[in-house]
Design a protein around this ligand. Structure first.
Ligand SMILES: Cc1ncc(COP(=O)(O)O)c(C=O)c1O
Length: 369
C-alpha cells in the first residue's frame, strides 16, 4: 500500500468553518459571548463549576499555579517525564520544581517517590500530576499526600481531555485542572489555546483577572497580569470540536485496542499499561523498545511517521539544569526517554493503516513470540 501513515490529523468541517466565519463577520473578536458559551460547555464536560479560557496550556498552568498561591521559593512537585511546560511556569514564578520519578508501568507520577520527596521539602506548596499520554495519574494517592502537607493539586490535563479516574473527568480531580488545545491534542481551537477548570470560585476569579492584565470588575489593575485571553474565533472552533470529543476519544480507544491486540504478542515491544481505576484517551499511543532508534528508522523507511515524547526528561533540559542547585536522578524517567516511541494515533486512523504499522513492526522484531 502506498502513502504515508500520518502520525496525527486535525479535523475541519463546514460547521467549524461556518461558526468561525460568523465570529469573523460579527467583528466581536475578544471578551465576548462565544468564549462564555465555550467556557460553560467545557466546565459542564469536565463536571466542574468554572472554566476560564486562556491562550495556551502553558498559560493555563501559569495562571493555575499563581491562582493557587504558588510564590517565589515554594516547592512544586512535577514529574520528570513530561513536556517542559509542566515545569517552566514553576521556574518563571521563581518557585522550585521538585522532580518526581514516574511509575515504570503507567509512566505517570510515582506516589512513593512523591511522598518521600514531600517529607523532606522545605516549602511544599503544590503538586502538578500529569495525565500523561491521556491516562490519569493516581489521583487518590496524590490527593492524600497533598492533604498531608496542605498542598494544592494542579492537574496537567493537557493530554487528557475527557479521560476519567474512578468515574470523574480529568480537570475535576484536584483543585484546578489545565488543558491545552494545541492542534495535535484530542481537541483543538484551530491554533494555540487552553482552559483552566475548577470548582473554586475565588480561584477562577483570580485566574480571570490575571488573564486580563490583573484588572478587576471596576477596571482597576489590582495585581500584575498580562494578556492570556482566548479569542472568540478560537472559542467558536472549540465549541464545535468539543461536540465531537467523546466520539473521537472512543475512536482512539478502538484504535489502541487494535494495536494492543497485535503488538501485545510481539517480542521486544511493550504496549501501554492502563490502570484499573481510570480510562485512557490515547492522546498518544506509546510503545517501548530497547532498539527504539532502529525501529524508528525501520518505520520511517516504510513511510510511517512516529514521534518521541519525550527524548529529554524535563529535569535535564539546560534551561532547567541551570536554575537548579542540584540535578536529580530519576531512573525510571531516564530509561523511558531512551526506549519510548509514539505510533500514529488519531480518531480517523484506518484499520489498514494500523495493520501496516503492525506489519512493519513485526518485520522488525521477527515472527510473533
Ligand atoms: C503535558 C503538557 N503540558 C503542557 C503543555 C503545554 O500546552 P501548550 O502547548 O498549549 O502551551 C502540553 C502541550 O503541548 C503538554 O502536553
Amino acid at each position: 500500500m502506498d502513502g504515508t501513515v500520518r502520525f496525527t490529523d486535525v479535523y475541519v468541517d463546514d460547521d467549524i468553518v461556518d461558526r468561525a466565519a460568523s465570529v469573523l463577520r460579527s467583528t466581536r473578536y475578544v471578551k465576548g459571548p462565544v468564549l462564555e458559551e465555550f467556557e460553560a460547555k467545557f466546565a459542564e464536560f469536565c463536571g466542574v463549576d468554572h472554566a476560564v479560557g486562556v491562550s495556551s496550556g502553558t498559560a493555563a498552568l501559569l495562571l493555575a499555579f499563581r491562582s493557587a498561591g504558588v510564590e517565589a521559593g515554594d516547592d512544586v512537585f512535577v514529574p520528570g517525564h513530561t513536556f517542559f511546560a509542566t515545569a517552566s511556569p514553576v521556574l518563571s514564578l521563581d518557585a522550585n520544581p521538585v522532580f518526581v520519578d514516574v511509575d515504570p508501568e503507567t509512566y505517570t507520577m510515582d506516589p512513593e517517590d512523591l511522598a518521600a520527596k514531600a517529607a523532606t521539602a522545605e516549602n511544599p506548596t503544590a503538586i502538578a500530576p500529569v495525565h500523561l499520554y491521556g491516562q490519569p495519574a493516581p489521583m487518590d494517592e496524590i490527593n492524600d499526600i497533598a492533604d498531608r502537607y496542605g498542598m494544592a493539586v494542579v492537574e496537567d490535563a493537557c493530554q487528557a481531555h475527557g479521560a476519567t479516574y474512578r468515574g470523574e473527568r480529568t480537570g475535576s480531580l484536584g483543585d484546578v485542572g489545565c488543558f491545552s488545545f494545541y492542534p495535535s491534542k484530542n481537541m483543538t481551537v484551530g491554533g494555540d489555546g487552553g482552559m483552566l477548570v475548577t470548582d473554586d470560585a475565588e480561584l477562577a476569579e483570580t485566574a480571570r483577572r490575571i488573564r486580563n492584565h490583573g484588572r478587576d470588575e471596576s477596571g482597576t489593575h489590582v495585581e500584575l497580569g498580562l494578556n492570556y485571553r482566548l479569542d472568540e474565533m478560537k472559542a467558536a472552533v472549540g465549541i464545535e470540536q468539543l461536540s465531537h470529543l467523546d466520539d473521537w476519544n472512543a475512536a482512539r480507544a478502538a484504535a489502541a485496542a487494535k494495536y494492543d491486540e497485535r503488538l501485545g504478542e510481539m517480542q521486544g515491544i511493550e504496549t501501554p499499561t492502563v490502570a484499573d481505576d481510570g480510562s485512557h484517551v490515547y492522546h498518544l499511543y506509546v510503545v517501548r523498545s530497547e532498539n527504539r532508534e532502529a525501529l524508528r528508522e525501520h518505520l520511517s523507511a516504510r513511510d510511517i511517521q512516529t514521534g518521541i515524547h519525550y527524548e529529554t526528561p524535563a529535569h535535564l533540559h539546560s534551561a532547567v539544569v541551570e536554575q537548579m542547585d542540584e540535578t536529580p536522578t530519576l531512573p525510571q524517567t531516564e530509561i523511558l526517554c531512551e526506549e519510548i516511541l509514539s505510533l500514529p494515533m488519531h480518531p480517523r486512523i484506518t484499520d489498514e493503516e494500523i495493520e501496516r504499522v503492525c506489519d512493519a513492526i513485526e518485520s522488525f522484531v521477527g515472527v510473533p513470540a
